[in-house]
Design a protein around this ligand. Structure first.
Ligand SMILES: [Zn+2]
Length: 302
């Protein structure tokens, strides 16, 4: 789904892992009888995750989601309801071994990069849910076992009555901007020559704007005058929501925190355009990443 608003609001830029073609159909999730009917629907299909890798149909160099029949899957899979497609056909995600199924497991990031459209959003939805269920089998309140509820969009503890919901961890990711320069940096784990937007988790009791300002100051010693929201992105590794922003910086002087960043530098729009085109002297994030969207938006649109 691509949103666009009236002239008073600029359109939201397209980001990777967004635009799912599925309707999440909350009315089915909340209705146990409707869920049973959805599972029994002859049009129902499952996207299997082996570990956290989606099972894909592979044809030559091309990939597509491998939608499986329930009978293709092992009996003991965890199954979660993703929604319905444009023709109201139910779609589920499941976790289990792909050993006896059509298709093969593919690294989720590599699969999403090849799909490059709303099908990647289905991977994001399924992967984040499957991962959450795998790690939340016990109640955080009383330690009793929990059970899957609401088609997989909740877990319930029958011992103490607590209801648990899938977590989404907000992360701010931002370009500090001053005059005609934007700030990019590299974390020690990045590949050689790779530079990206700075990022960090939002902390409890903090606004998005405060998190942007704090992270820029902690990582690069940069002061922030104003913050502008640009776009957000689900990032299912395992369950982040990346919140992309531009931040107006108060100065150019950098003080790098050597733990989180090993380098940061101010770059110009022509330099960013060259990096995005693969012809620069540094490597920019791929289109799947919201950092790519931010760099593109700044260098080509804003
Ligand atoms: Zn409990």
């Amino acid at each position: 789904m691509t949103f666009s608003y009236s002239a008073a609001f600029p359109p939201t830029p397209a980001v990777g892992f967004s635009g799912s073609p599925l309707d999440r159909a909350d009315h089915i999730r909340r209705d146990p009888a409707a869920l049973v009917a959805a599972r029994a629907d002859p049009r129902a299909r499952w996207l299997l995750f082996d570990g956290l890798n989606p099972v894909m149909a592979v044809e030559g160099d091309g990939l597509d989601l491998q939608w499986l029949y329930r009978s293709d899957l092992p009996d003991d899979v965890v199954s979660v309801f993703l929604g319905v497609d444009a023709g109201d056909a139910p779609r589920f995600a499941a976790s289990g071994s792909a050993a006896d199924c059509p298709g093969r497991p593919v690294d989720a990031r590599a699969a999403a990069m090849q799909l490059g459209d709303g099908r990647a959003a289905i991977i994001a939805h399924g992967r984040a849910l499957i991962d959450w269920h795998a790690r939340h089998g016990f109640c955080a309140n009383c330690a009793a076992p929990t059970r899957l509820d609401k088609g997989g969009h909740a877990r319930r503890c029958d011992a103490c009555g607590a209801e648990h919901f899938p977590r989404t961890d907000p992360v701010v990711i931002m370009l500090a901007i001053k005059d005609d320069h934007a700030l990019v940096g590299r974390q020690p784990r990045f590949p050689p020559r790779f530079l990206s937007a700075l990022a960090g988790f939002v902390e409890p009791g903090e606004t998005i704007e405060e998190a942007v300002a704090r992270e820029l100051f902690e990582e690069a010693g940069i002061g922030t005058r104003a913050v502008r929201y640009i776009a957000s992105q689900p990032w299912p590794f395992p369950s982040s929501l990346m919140i992309g922003a531009f931040a107006e910086a108060t100065g150019f002087e950098l003080q790098i925190d050597g733990d989180e960043l090993e380098e940061a530098r101010w770059v110009t729009k022509p330099e960013v355009r060259a990096a995005l085109a693969g012809t620069g002297d540094w490597l920019a994030p791929p289109p799947l990443a919201i950092a790519h969207t931010l760099l593109h938006q700044w260098a080509n649109v804003s």
